[in-house]
Write a protein that binds this ligand. Structure first.
Ligand code: NAD
Ligand code: WQD
Length: 338
């Protein structure tokens, strides 16, 4: 197939573009580079042995999207483009709603005009909010806790309404748990700008000497070691989940929701220890106060993805840390020339 990937130069997007190229698909990436580098796509081309086309454009720009659909004639879309920092979304909610929600509406209108009605969307486990018991199951009532999460929830609603309005739409809502790791080549990986918000990129930057120590947010939760439990998923497993969802949509209409997670919780201290093992030397840390808004523990029930898509995670926490570390060690400053 020929697939248009929004946000395809970003962290999850670049790994998915590589997986798509390797599976024989043709790819056109649309990205405005607000949080990524074109170097990622150059390296993806090197690894795959063939290039994805690239259009530098903002998804809120419908004319630019129309041109990309006319020029490249994709048959389906994988939609990663979005802003994703929870804390930032609290301070600038309008930017988040405009970029994520209005951007998605522009994309869907452009798709409809070009009769492209198959879309795989990057949703998040964050839509389950604070009232659901773990493990999370797709049929649970959702209710996000911050503006970023509410953009995901609203987009899910928009896509559900769209699917109900016209049976020609084929829609996959993929709720990712905590993506970490990197391609095993060490050539592509996560390259956060500024201070990393997420645990594993922060640990990796301490390990490589860019930060002094990890602050563990809260050591007094009601969990086995007092730190929060999350469901970490290797980014290559996640990328493969997108290909599985796309394959499913080739012979299923309608709106479908799947958790993409491993089904296992790992604590902050367990993740820190696994990363130390990958690095082979101690990584300084300190227990700090809890981070507002953090939930003590959640993980996926991934059985629907296994039943419907034949997909489940195969890569371990050890592999996540080894691969993430190889990327960080070989690219201490990410994609920026060092
Ligand atoms: P990322 O920031 O690395 O990638 C997002 C990409 O979208 C970037 O390349 C950015 O430049 C691009 N982009 C943003 N706004 C755009 C716009 N208006 N027009 C065109 N391009 C735009 O993030 P990621 O971690 O790869 O996440 C990809 C998607 O998955 C996001 O939608 C994110 O919300 C979602 N998600 C991420 C996580 C996670 O922990 N990384 C978890 C759940 C869901
Ligand atoms: C994991 C654990 C922290 C950093 C976030 C978003 C969510 C989704 C995935 C997009 C928590 C602890 C972290 C640090 C720490 N993104 N931690 N020190 O919060 O589960 O999810 O990313 O959809 O929406 O909220 O992931 O990696 O930030 O945190 O102790 O420096 O690590 O408190 O317990 P989180 P995370």
């Amino acid at each position: 197939m020929r697939i248009l990937v929004t946000g395809g130069t970003g962290y999850i997007g670049s790994h998915t573009v590589l997986t798509l190229l390797e599976a024989g698909h043709d790819v056109v990436v649309v990205d405005n580079l607000v949080n990524s580098s074109p170097e990622a796509l150059r390296r993806v081309g090197e690894l795959a042995g063939r290039e994805a086309a690239f259009v530098e454009a903002d998804i809120t720009d419908e004319a630019a999207l129309d041109a990309a659909f006319s020029d490249h004639s994709p048959e389906a879309v994988i939609h990663f483009a979005g802003l994703k920092a929870v804390g930032e979304s609290v301070g600038i909610p309008l930017d988040y709603y405009h970029n994520n929600v209005a951007g998605t509406i522009s994309l869907l209108r452009s798709m409809d005009r070009h009769a492209v009605r198959t879309i795989v969307f990057s949703s998040s486990a964050t839509v389950y909010g604070e009232h659901n018991p773990t493990p999370y199951v797709e049929k649970m009532e959702i209710g996000a806790m911050n503006p970023y999460g509410r953009t995901k929830e609203q987009i899910e609603d928009i896509l559900s309404d769209l699917g109900a309005s016209d049976p020609r739409w084929r829609i996959a809502l993929l709720r990712y748990f905590n993506p970490v790791g990197a391609h095993p080549s060490g050539r592509i990986g996560e390259d956060p700008q500024g201070i990393p918000n997420n645990l594993v990129p922060f640990i990796a930057q301490v390990a490589v000497g860019r930060r002094e120590k990890l602050m563990v947010f809260g050591g007094d939760y009601d969990t086995p070691d007092g730190t929060c439990l999350r469901d970490y998923i290797h980014v290559v497993d996640l990328a493969e989940g997108h290909v599985a969802a796309l394959n499913y949509l080739t012979d299923h209409e309608g709106v479908h929701r799947w958790n993409l997670g491993s089904g296992t919780g790992t604590s902050v201290l367990e993740m820190h220890a696994a990363f130390e093992k990958a690095v082979g030397s101690p990584i300084p840390y300190e227990i700090a106060p809890r981070r507002p808004g953090d939930l003590p523990a959640f993980w996926a029930d991934p059985s629907a993805a296994l039943a419907d898509l034949g997909w489940s995670t195969v890569r371990t926490v050890e592999q996540m840390c080894e691969d993430h570390w190889r990327w960080q060690k070989n690219n201490p400053m990410g994609y920026a020339p060092s």
